[in-house]
Design a protein around this ligand. Structure first.
Ligand SMILES: [Zn+2]
Length: 445
């Protein structure tokens, strides 16, 4: 029972349950009947949720108490917040500066960013990063992992994002990755800058082995990443094989290091788009090795469907990693934007339902369990990637982070890109959005 007066009481919530199958080990197998279930199955009994002092204090039908703020959500979906597992806040909102990426390629994007980052200031980074985070928070994102480019001697991007991490901590949890955009061995001082980034407090060690000058440098960079992570006790998240080259095989090096180091779920491989192009004999062998790890994968379907395949004529490869097969095998897969209005991707609004919807399409995950899985990839699976499971989820005793969606299921939320009506962060209502309403004006059809 609730003893103190709750600060917020949510009435009549359809509380979304974790599937308990965040991977597709059973649900992903059509032979087990997953495809025959109806799409609307993930609705719990309608409950009230009481929040006090930043935590969830009660969840039960018809709570007999009142609160300072009562919201009757009338049976709408209540979900833990969205998790943005991969974004670059330091470059967000710079599209067109100093010029537009006309070829649409990753490498022209890197060239443009190299020019733009010459004029970075702390104020510039912080202003754009906070604007992007607000945009995301208003759409239900309360946990974010951002990469920060640490290729510049000033480390302005990193320092800016570390200040942002502190400035926003009351309403959003931000992890910062030290990301060597130009390669750890692409410049003589880059390795030292990575180490400096660890000392300044980056949460995660990043990398970009496929963009190192040689394959050997790429392999060496991965060894160095694992060494830094062990030395400074940090997580790992590597931009890995983000290229259509079927010979880009750094994932196997990360897999081997993960097995040998025992770092397991502390390691994440982002993008792995070359995995799309591997021949199946090699891909299946690699899948076997992956089964020996708890390696996390992050796919960024919005950007990789536009960046990859640019050197192809026809047929054009989709260039998104093997999301469905990894999920079916039980690997933890989450999804990110990667970019919002920057030199690599001019679009994006920060809405994770756009990301999930794109994954449904590109990865051909239209089975009902598969659509549900894509929702989990922007919620629970993301929390697992970020190692935040202990504070994530709508459960009594946990921090009160939750969202109310104008939807009745995961499927409904993705199909209609449902409006996130209320966003509650650490027990505080931080955003309210009305669902758009259309009126038929023509009279009887
Ligand atoms: Zn990225």
């Amino acid at each position: 029972m609730v003893t103190a007066l709750p600060s917020i009481l949510l009435r009549r919530c359809s509380l979304l349950q974790p599937s308990g199958q965040s991977s597709g080990q059973s649900l992903g197998q059509p032979s087990e009947g997953a495809e025959t279930r109806p799409p609307v199955i993930d609705i719990a009994p309608v409950v009230d949720i009481a929040i006090e002092a930043g935590r969830i204090v009660a969840i039960a039908p018809n709570l007999e108490c009142s609160a300072q703020l009562e919201l009757d959500v009338q049976g709408q979906l209540v979900s833990p917040p969205f998790v943005e597992s991969h974004i670059h806040l330091d470059s967000a909102l710079t599209v067109g500066e100093p010029r537009w990426n006309q070829s649409g390629t990753l490498f022209e994007g890197i060239e443009i960013w190299r020019d733009r980052k010459q004029s970075l200031t702390l104020a510039d980074v912080k202003q754009r990063a906070i604007a992007t985070l607000k945009q995301q928070a208003m759409q239900g994102v309360l946990f974010v992992r951002s990469h920060a480019d640490v290729s510049e001697h000033s480390l302005t991007a990193l320092k800016g994002l570390l200040e942002v991490r502190e400035a926003v901590k009351d309403w959003i949890t931000l992890q910062v990755v030290a990301f060597p955009q130009d390669g750890i061995y692409g410049g003589v001082k880059n390795d030292a800058l990575m180490e400096e980034a660890m000392k300044l407090g980056a949460d995660v060690v990043g990398g970009i082995p496929h963009y190192e000058l040689t394959r050997e440098d790429g392999v060496r960079s991965i060894h160095r990443i694992f060494e830094l992570a062990a030395q400074y006790d940090r997580l790992i998240d590597v931009h890995c094989d983000e290229i259509d080259d079927d010979q880009s095989r750094f994932l196997e090096v990360i897999t081997a290091n993960t097995i040998r180091s025992g770092m397991g779920s502390r390691v994440t491989a982002s993008h792995t788009t070359a995995f799309h192009s591997y021949n199946n004999a090699y891909a299946f062998k690699l899948m076997g090795f992956l089964q020996r790890t708890n390696l996390n994968f992050i796919a960024n379907p919005l950007i990789n469907i536009t960046l990859q395949g640019r050197a192809d004529t026809y047929p054009k490869r989709r260039g998104v990693t093997r999301v469905k097969e990894l999920w079916q095998q039980g690997q933890n897969v989450s999804l990110g934007h990667d970019c919002v209005q920057d030199p690599w991707y001019p679009l994006g609004t920060g809405n994770m339902l756009d990301v999930a919807s794109m994954a449904v399409h590109i990865c051909q995950m239209t089975g009902s369990a598969e659509i549900d899985a894509c929702y989990d990839m922007v919620t629970w699976n993301g929390a697992r990637t970020l190692h935040l499971e202990d504070q994530y989820g709508v459960e009594v005793g946990k921090p009160a982070n939750l969202i109310v969606l104008d939807a009745n299921s995961r499927y409904d939320a993705i199909r209609r890109r449902a409006t996130v009506r209320y966003v509650i962060a650490n027990g505080e209502l931080i955003a309210h959005t009305e669902s758009p309403k259309s009126q038929w004006k023509r009279g009887a059809a």
